[in-house]
Ligand binder design. Structure first.
Ligand code: SAM
Length: 271
């Protein structure tokens, strides 16, 4: 898809972006939802208007429904607006509206009067060009509330492997890798789910390639812990990884099969 898709349309009513495949699945984004509630629940709780956006929710509204349920465990007054660029998908979602959940037609301009405390865009940028990512991030970050968060990433069809970038109004902050550990052969299996900003950079000489190589080495060295379960092996591997990479989270998240690293350490060369 060309970056023409991102130009501000001549008609003010036309959303920014392009309709892409609407593939989605119930429960697909559970790892991302859990992380958002843990990492950003306090900001949503503090907000006078705890508005969250599920941008590009797809052919069915499940991920928006589930985001609302998860956020409400952390911030009981949270509300979610699902935004889709395909008007037919908005019409299909409308019957699922309820207190705290609505759907509207729109794109990367995020056509809402209020600034969201959270924008989540999962499996949306994957179908755009790598060169579009910077402009989309900038546009979405500019729409955030002052302590807002943009979470943008990719996962497999049933949410076993997930990688996302978290960005504040100032730009990218962290990258999180999350996996169902029982089905993971090695950490670099996650490479196929890297977000658009990184997936083409998993080549020698790029930081994300070095990171996954080191993670695989730490995973191999942690093999003796496999007899205590994949979780113990992951925790051990992340501990080792921490010697060379700026891991920003702790054991409580590693136990979930996650690890979060500073963006600057993985950012593409020259970015
Ligand atoms: C693969 S689906 C992802 C669905 C869901 N987020 C998930 O992860 O299961 C991508 C959706 O993003 C929508 N989309 C693409 N560009 C968009 C944009 N600029 N604004 C809003 N929605 C967009 C597409 O129409 C499509 O329905």
């Amino acid at each position: 898809m060309s970056s023409r898709a991102l130009r501000t349309p001549s008609s003010a009513a036309r959303p920014v972006g392009t309709v892409t495949r609407g593939t989605t699945n119930p429960n697909r984004l559970r790892r991302m939802d859990r992380w958002i509630a843990a990492a950003h629940g306090a900001a949503l709780r503090r907000a006078a208007d705890p508005l969250a956006v599920d941008l590009g929710y797809g052919a069915a509204p499940w991920t928006a429904v589930e985001l609302l349920l998860r956020l409400r465990t952390a911030a009981p007054h949270a509300r979610v607006v699902g935004i889709e660029i395909d008007p037919a998908r908005v019409a299909a979602a409308r019957p699922y509206e309820r207190e705290g959940l609505s759907f509207r037609h729109g794109g990367f301009e995020v056509p809402l009067p209020a600034r969201p405390v959270l924008i989540r865009a999962a499996n949306v940028l994957r179908q755009y060009d790598e060169g579009d990512v910077g402009a989309v991030w900038e546009r979405l970050c500019a729409r955030l509330a002052p302590d807002g968060l943009l979470v943008e990433g990719t996962c497999d069809e049933i949410g076993r492997r997930h990688v996302w970038v978290a960005l504040g109004p100032e730009g990218p902050r962290t990258v999180t890798f999350a996996a169902r550990l029982a089905s993971l052969e090695r950490p670099s299996d996650l490479a196929e789910r890297l977000p658009k900003a990184l997936i083409h950079r998993n080549v020698p000489g790029e930081p994300v390639h070095a990171f996954l190589r080191d993670f695989d080495r730490a995973w191999a060295a942690a093999a003796p812990y496999a007899s205590y379960g994949a979780r113990q092996r992951w925790i051990r591997a992340v501990r080792d990884l921490r010697a060379d990479w700026p891991v920003v989270d702790r054991g409580t998240r590693w136990r979930q099969g996650e690890v979060t690293v500073r963006w600057e350490a993985l950012a593409p060369r020259g970015a």
